[in-house]
Design a protein around this ligand. Sequence first.
Ligand code: ATP
Ligand code: MG
Length: 281
Amino acid sequence: MTSERLIEVKDLVFEYPDGTQALRKISLDIYAGQFIALIGQNGSGKTTLAKSLNGLLRPTEGYIKIDDLDTRDRGTTKKIVTKVGYVFQNPDHQLFNNTIYKEIAYGPTNLGMKESEVKERVEEAAQVCGVEESLFTEHPFFLTKGLRQRVAIASILAMRPRTIIVDEPTTGQDMRQSLEVMNFLRDLWEKEGHTIIIITHEMPIVAQYAQRTVVLGQGQLLMDAPTREVFAEPELLARTFVKPPQITRLAQSFSDYGIPKDILSVDEMSAAFEKVRASQG
Ligand SMILES: Nc1ncnc2c1ncn2[C@@H]1O[C@H](COP(=O)(O)OP(=O)(O)OP(=O)(O)O)[C@@H](O)[C@H]1O
Ligand SMILES: [Mg+2]
């Protein structure tokens, strides 16, 4: 089965006005239904790529096509945000209205929808994100970081994009909050059929949730493969100062004993040890 291509990135170069080359000839395709992690050291170009994918930044060279839209064409911006949503690295850079309702309604209103349709979009997005209607009149400022992030996601969902990019969804949150937001994103992927791209520095999260991992280093694409294969290449990851999850590294230290190098969880590790033990009779 071949799945539908949603985004095509071809030889993408992005240079900031001060001359910083943040992306150097990146090519990749995003297919419907994927859950992708974008990783790499600080400054490797993850946020720049994410902002390019939803048309916030336009290519210096190369192109990005989303369905039939080319992000180089200025007239496409409004259509692009209905296809690819980007949730900012810090939700506080995104939330600027004085009530939660207005915040979630902002996108659809801007797209010129009727008030009744806007209301329907807001209620739907809030419900999916677990933002209760009793909060609609509250100021976003007074919510917990986790809830602010849900509002930020709801305001993107209200535009009903198929692809959602979330920049560092777990930063500054404890383990419980991190799992909550990640499980929520997994539900959007599994139950609502969205394509999800997360940007993160937390490798256990990548191992647990992403099927495909894209690795950037100094603006270049170092690797783009199933997550399992990516973590089996510690030397390559070291070039962008990323270490595989602890459990994977532990497994790799036992590879002489027949433990595979691409273990992603404690369960897989136990099973692998069990197998080695059984084979030794
Ligand atoms: N507005 C800007 N003007 C000039 N250079 C910038 C700007 N924003 C980012 N850069 C530079 O572009 C490069 C890529 O930055 P980017 O923010 O995309 O990295 P990142 O991978 O998202 O990093 P982090 O993990 O720290 O969020 C870095 O060298 C950064 O300093
Ligand atoms: Mg970033």
